[in-house]
Write a protein of this length. Structure first.
Length: 148
């Protein structure tokens, strides 16, 4: 199968730099898939999950916002923060979820409420990606039809 280069970086480190078969992500206008020879595009990435297929197995990454650039032979993601599913500590993510829910229930309208909502969204994403680790290698919730 044909592949392309996926590179995902944060200000702190490189998360992924390898040849992959497919990438699934969520941009500001919805979910999209990338296969080799995709048309060029750039779009912001909200807080969400990025999935990629390598050697027939799916990997999952929690992405805390950023940008994705797609070229025919490469995808580059510059993320504010990102964690691979095997790096997420479920207990810490669950504690962050509880803390965010408490902060949200105590927040008044405005910036405090928006910040608490964003923290809750990040915690829930981390828990979802960590849970997918149990099912690693299986097809993601959406997959592109086979090429050919």
């Amino acid at each position: 199968m044909s592949t392309f280069q996926l590179r995902l970086v944060t200000p702190e480190r490189t998360i992924v730099s390898e040849d992959v078969e497919e990438v699934l992500a969520r941009g500001i206008e919805g979910e999209f898939g990338v296969l080799p020879h995709h048309m060029p595009m750039v779009t912001p990435l909200p807080i969400g999950e990025l999935q990629y297929k390598k050697d027939g197995a799916w990997e999952n990454i929690a992405v805390g916002g950023g940008f994705i650039q797609v070229l025919p032979d490469a995808v580059t993601v510059v993320a504010d923060v990102a964690e691979r599913s095997d790096e997420i500590d479920r207990e810490r993510a669950e504690a962050a979820r509880r803390a965010a829910e408490t902060a949200l229930s105590e927040a008044t309208a405005g910036e405090a409420e928006a910040a608490a909502q964003a923290e809750l969204q990040r915690a829930l994403l981390r828990l979802r990606v960590a849970q997918r680790r149990q099912h690693e290698g299986h097809a993601p919730r959406h997959s592109l039809p086979p090429q050919g």
